[in-house]
Design a binder for this molecule. Structure first.
Ligand code: PMP
Ligand code: GLN
Length: 387
């Protein structure tokens, strides 16, 4: 037999992502798709026009490896404005092909073979495989259901001499949990005791509700000194398909980050970077209005479901809402998400897939994306209220 035809897989247990699986199932059954996280409305007109104009005006060749200078400067202005971080766009900001690429580069930059990396379950699905691709070991620590608070004592108990990195995601996908001041204090205490790098996966930074504030790792000097802070314009501007994100990190970490980035994608498409730079400079109120915009959607969705049999704790952040279904059925979440897509025409995401051991997922809940037009949310709620 030809050995090259059957490679020894580096990720033998990895299948197709749940997002691809559920969106395909939704399309097959013409179901309302509240599974994969993307808006069913478009990005702002001025942004689309600006990208178009740059493309028409011939800005179609390679931009600088780290990203277009005007975009990096606009990002620096934004993080100074929101989080009080005074950073140098030349040495601390890199534009990436979505947050996904930034996560890969940050992990690959600092994690060596044999290192351990702590991730909190339910964990966004890209972390674990990327850690393993470095020959490193993901150490999974569960959040505490059903509120999904961070158990800092459990994190500390999981730290070993090999622990190199802790990945934090706030606002948290899929639970909507948002880190608070006491989490930050616990994290600061931990970082004084142990020499860890941090990744702040902050792609939902502008979706935090009920007057709470997003507490970015950028905002705390001693945390930022060891952090890669990652965000995504796909979420902020309703253009998930554009795949443009960025990483803010101190110069020494950015140097290592770019050593990887330049050989993963080298750079990110020019007209979109230029268009986002214009839009950030001209309409900074867009991201300031985003929490209210998404809170109204969350509130509408939850109100519409008030008479349903679901258990609902309104999401603190992100554009996802967990709905507890224990009063409706005892089925496991992945089978249920599939069945409801087929039989009732509504697609969602099971949360057990974000655990290393699905059995650790005690909360019977499905994740629904409310980044949808109000009409879509009404249609979805009508179906869900019948279940
Ligand atoms: N991290 C989290 C927590 C996410 O939910 C997502 C995407 N949806 C990403 C990273 C990846 O973002 P992007 O689409 O910009 O690659
Ligand atoms: N992050 C999005 C979600 O959680 C999907 C991203 C993807 O499809 N890879 O639904």
């Amino acid at each position: 037999m030809n050995a090259t035809a059957h490679p020894v897989s580096k990720l033998p247990d990895v299948g197709t992502t749940i997002f691809t699986v559920m969106s395909a199932l939704a399309a097959e059954h013409k179901a309302l798709n509240l599974s994969q996280g993307f808006p069913d409305f478009d990005g702002p007109d001025a942004l689309l026009e600006s990208v178009n104009a740059h493309m028409r005006n011939g800005s179609n060749q390679y931009p600088p490896m780290a990203g277009v200078a005007t975009l990096r400067q606009a990002i620096a202005t934004k993080v100074a404005d929101l989080y009080g971080l005074d950073c140098d766009s030349e040495t601390e900001i890199t534009v990436t092909a979505g947050a996904t690429e930034a996560l890969f580069c940050a992990i690959a930059a600092v994690v060596h073979a044999g290192d351990e990396v702590i991730v909190l379950d339910p964990a966004y699905d890209s972390y674990d495989p990327v850690i393993r691709l470095q020959g490193a070991v993901p150490v999974h620590v569960p959040l505490t259901a059903p509120t999904y608070g961070i158990d800092w004592a459990r994190i500390e108990a999981a730290i070993s001499p090999r622990t190199r990195l802790l990945i934090l995601n706030s606002p948290h996908n899929p639970t909507g949990m948002v880190m608070n001041e006491s989490d930050i204090q616990a994290l600061q205490a931990l970082c004084r005791k142990y020499d860890l790098y941090l990744i702040g996966d902050e792609v939902y930074e502008h979706m935090v509700f009920d007057q709470a504030k997003h507490l970015s790792l950028c905002a705390y000097e001693e945390l930022y000194a060891r952090s890669f802070v990652i965000s995504s314009f796909g979420k902020t501007y309703h253009v998930t398909g554009w795949k443009v994100g960025y990483c803010v990190a101190p110069p020494s970490l950015t140097t290592e980050f770019r050593r990887v980035h330049q050989y993963v994608t080298f750079t990110v498409n020019t007209p979109v970077q230029l268009g986002i730079a214009d839009f950030l400079q001209q309409q900074p109120e867009h991201h300031r209005q985003l929490p209210a915009f998404y809170q109204a959607k969350r509130d509408l969705f939850c109100q519409l479901l008030a008479g349903s049999r679901f258990a609902i704790a309104p999401s603190q952040g992100t554009y996802f809402q967990l709905l507890g279904y224990a009063d409706i059925t005892s089925e496991v979440d992945s089978a249920l998400a599939t069945r409801w897509t087929r039989e009732h025409g509504i697609a969602s995401i099971p949360i057990s897939v974000f655990y290393k051991n699905a059995a650790d997922c005690e909360h019977r809940a499905l994740r629904f994306c409310f980044a949808k037009d109000d009409a879509t949310l009404r249609q979805a709620a009508e179906i869900l209220c019948r279940l």
